[in-house]
Write a protein that binds this ligand. Structure first.
Ligand code: THU
Length: 159
């Protein structure tokens, strides 16, 4: 697979991606977003076919808000330790609107995704709608975050 595949609409996505998008959409029902009113859902599929979902969880102390992606990733790690994540889809919609709006994962989530890849030694695909009817499928989270911070930075010798 190329680093990025851009599809002009949902119908062009592969079956597994469509299924995960559908699951991510369902997961937005469990978003708690009274402040932003921006409901995000994430769904990931593990190597054995298990699907784990997450939705953004906000807090009156704004910096404590947690993105849907990290809710799903940490849930997968806690509930299915050692199982490889194959692919993740992310979607969003505004409160009281069914239509999806573009939602590219934030930098913090990309950083966390890359460490999951590092731990499992295999890339995970990432699917998201980045613009009106523009679905992007990325071969790996790392392709979304060049020059990232890794544990190697912590290990580098001081002069
Ligand atoms: N949000 C996510 O859930 N994922 C992202 O990658 C970007 C932003 C959430 C966090 C917050 O609850 C709301 O969207 C507005 O930023």
């Amino acid at each position: 697979m190329k680093e990025f595949e851009i599809q002009p609409d949902f119908d062009h996505l592969d079956q597994e991606s469509k299924y995960l998008v559908h699951k991510a959409k369902e997961a937005t029902a469990h978003s708690y977003a009274p402040y932003s009113k921006f409901h995000v859902g994430a769904a990931l599929i593990l190597q054995d076919g298990t699907v784990v979902t997450g939705a953004n969880q906000e807090n009156a102390a704004y910096p404590l808000c947690m993105c849907a992606e990290r809710v799903a990733l940490y849930a997968a790690a806690a509930m299915h330790p050692g199982k490889r994540i194959v692919k993740m889809a992310i979607v969003a919609h505004k409160k009281n609107h069914k239509e999806l709006v573009p939602a590219a994962s934030c930098g913090a989530c990309r950083q966390v995704m890359t460490e999951f890849e590092e731990r499992q030694k295999v890339p995970m695909e990432v699917v998201m709608m980045v613009a009106e009817n523009q679905w992007v499928k990325c071969a790996s989270a790392e392709s979304l975050l060049p020059f990232l911070f890794t544990k190697d930075n912590l290990d580098s010798p001081s002069k």
